[in-house]
Design a protein around this ligand. Structure first.
Ligand code: MN3
Length: 200
């Protein structure tokens, strides 16, 4: 069954952009909760016990209907947060290589991509995520409600930003726009490039 991954850095490593208390609550409480709940939902359904979380996201229609919403919400929570921890880094990374080329040709510049994602994140009503993903061979910006993600309908995530209040409220209060603008200071472009290389 699924297990909680350790953070790839210390809880305080992303300060001042993300404070240690937020990281503790987000990783130790929220992410743990998603892992426990998806495992609980899938316990006793043999065919899913050895499935990767990525494969599970693309096969939700095969989950028995009475468990599907619980698996969607909590399996999505596990996948999304596992990705999110790796998409942040305490050491500065630089957008380069094939991802830089693709972003430049699609959005004109990294700054324009960031603005489009920030706007989509602010526009997402309630809780959800904003994504850069590959769909039909092209880079696109999308947002999803709750713990949904692009894998659920054939997209491949490259960048995902959590816009649930629990991701930013202690430090940024109700101002999601400030959290989003500041978040780009800690993006791990190397990991985004890794995901992009695997997606094409
Ligand atoms: Mn979250």
């Amino acid at each position: 069954m699924f297990t909680l991954p350790e953070l790839p850095y210390g809880y305080e490593a992303l300060e001042p952009v993300i404070d240690a208390e937020t990281m503790h609550l987000h990783h130790d409480k929220h992410h743990t909760g998603y892992v426990n709940s998806v495992n609980d939902a899938l316990s006793g359904i043999g065919e899913f016990e050895n499935m990767s979380i990525e494969d599970l996201m693309g096969n939700l229609d095969k989950v028995p209907e009475n468990m599907r919403t619980k698996v969607r919400n909590n399996g999505g929570g596990h996948y999304n947060h596992s990705l999110f921890w790796n998409l942040m880094s305490p050491s500065k990374t630089t957008l380069s290589g094939t991802l830089l080329e693709a972003i430049t040709s699609t959005f004109q510049s990294s700054g324009a991509l960031q603005k489009q994602m920030n706007d989509a994140g602010v526009a997402r009503f309630g809780s959800g995520w904003v994504w850069l993903c590959v769909r039909d061979g092209k880079l696109v910006v999308e947002s999803t409600p709750n713990q949904d993600n692009p894998l659920m309908d054939g997209g491949k995530p490259i960048i995902g930003i959590d816009v649930w209040e629990h991701a930013y409220y202690l430090k940024y209060k109700n101002v999601r726009a400030d959290y989003l603008v500041t978040w780009w200071e800690i993006i791990n472009w190397d990991y985004a490039q890794e995901l992009y290389s695997k997606s094409t």
